[in-house]
Design a protein around this ligand. Structure first.
Ligand SMILES: *[C@@H]1O[C@H](CO)[C@@H](O)[C@H](O)[C@H]1NC(C)=O
Ligand SMILES: *[C@@H]1O[C@H](CO)[C@@H](O)[C@H](O)[C@H]1NC(C)=O
Ligand SMILES: *[C@@H]1O[C@H](CO)[C@@H](O)[C@H](O)[C@H]1NC(C)=O
Ligand SMILES: *[C@@H]1O[C@H](CO)[C@@H](O)[C@H](O)[C@H]1NC(C)=O
Length: 311
């Protein structure tokens, strides 16, 4: 017989030994985190289906160490993911910069599947500059009676952009045709003004996009960063992932592409990994047998020791 005091010490000890084998939180590695070139791809993003937050599924792809961002308007290169500020920086070869202007409607612009809109949008301080838009463009409807939607965004706009070397070859006169006979050659907008930068729909030849990370206004368009700055958000329902990771799990989503799951080693939980390890019903068969065998062996060993001790 086991004295009751021994049982009191023994069973909690057994629980810890067993949970070391059964609990997925011990030595569990995040199988969803990865790298593409020198960019870390981590929650809410992922490169594998089923990993990350469902709002960002089928979004990032790694090709020859180049991280690509894919939405309905096209593919963009990811230059950086800023997890602290929840922002991505994108670039594409047909985006006009201070050094070159790309016309012919070859640029992607920026337009997303509507279901992605709650999860990300170009930053409010990112300026889109539409170039060579037709007088029939929806942008200029009602012009000159109505106000043009064109305006400066965070101190960046077309008047300054015209000062770039890229405009020299177009013989742009700095006096400009802004409020002259025709539409302006360039029209600057924040993303929210149109909700999509679709060059076909807006009848524009090209576009540029710039953002400024400096808190103070940078002098001149040569100092702007050219690219698309996208802010992302998990829409507040991120307690799920917080609880999952706190219990040693990895955040993912189910095959429906909507429901979040917490991956706990070989098991998936609909809440977190504590709920998995405390419920023996979800333990796989092999693990149950192993746990059973281990319990039996420990009990036998301990019983023998107690028998020896009681001699
Ligand atoms: C990645 O490497 C490139 C050059 O190789 C560098 O310009 C860039 O800043 C790096 N990005 C990160 C996130 O470290
Ligand atoms: C757990 O979920 C991930 C992501 O959906 C899936 O790839 C994996 O097969 C699931 N594992 C189990 C044991 O259901
Ligand atoms: C852009 O607009 C055109 C014309 O309205 C449309 O056919 C096309 O699907 C749009 N592209 C995107 C990516 O939304
Ligand atoms: C934008 O800013 C420039 C100076 O930086 C100014 O000359 C111009 O009038 C502004 N444009 C608009 C549309 O407010």
């Amino acid at each position: 017989m086991l004295p009751s005091s021994t049982m009191f010490i023994f069973f909690p000890a057994l629980y810890f030994i067993l949970s070391a084998f059964v609990s997925p939180s011990s030595g569990h590695v995040n199988s969803c985190r990865s790298f593409c070139g020198n960019i870390t791809v981590d929650y809410p993003f992922a490169l594998q289906y089923g990993c990350g937050h469902p709002g960002f599924r089928d979004l990032l792809f790694c090709m020859n160490d180049v991280l690509m961002f894919h939405i309905s308007s096209g593919s963009y290169r990811v230059l950086d993911i800023d997890y602290a500020y929840q922002a991505l920086t994108l670039h594409e070869p047909h985006l006009s910069t201070c050094d070159s202007i790309v016309l012919g409607g070859r640029g992607n612009g920026f337009a997303m599947e509507p279901w992605r809109e709650p999860y990300m949008n170009p930053a409010a301080d990112n300026v889109f500059m539409l170039i060579g838009c037709s007088a029939e463009s929806p942008l200029f409807q009602g012009f000159p009676g109505k106000h043009l939607p064109c305006r400066n965004v965070s101190g960046m706009g077309c008047e300054d952009y015209y000062g770039c070397p890229a405009w020299d070859m177009f013989g742009h006169k700095r006096a400009g045709s802004m409020f002259g006979s025709g539409p302006p050659e360039c029209c600057a907008l924040p993303y929210e003004a149109t909700k999509a930068i679709n060059l076909t729909k807006l009848e524009c030849e090209g576009y540029s996009s710039a953002y400024s990370l400096a808190p103070l206004r940078i002098d001149g368009p040569g100092g702007w960063s050219y690219g698309i700055r996208v802010k992302y958000s998990m829409q507040g329902n991120d307690e799920f992932c917080g609880a999952c990771e706190a219990t040693g799990g990895t955040c993912g989503y189910g095959s429906d592409g909507i429901r979040q799951v917490c991956m706990c080693g070989n098991l998936n939980s609909t809440s977190n990994c504590d709920s998995v390890s405390s419920s023996p019903g979800t333990m796989p068969r092999g693990m149950k047998m192993f746990a059973g065998l281990l319990t039996y062996m420990i009990l036998r060993m301990t019983t023998k020791q107690i028998q020896i001790a009681s001699w």
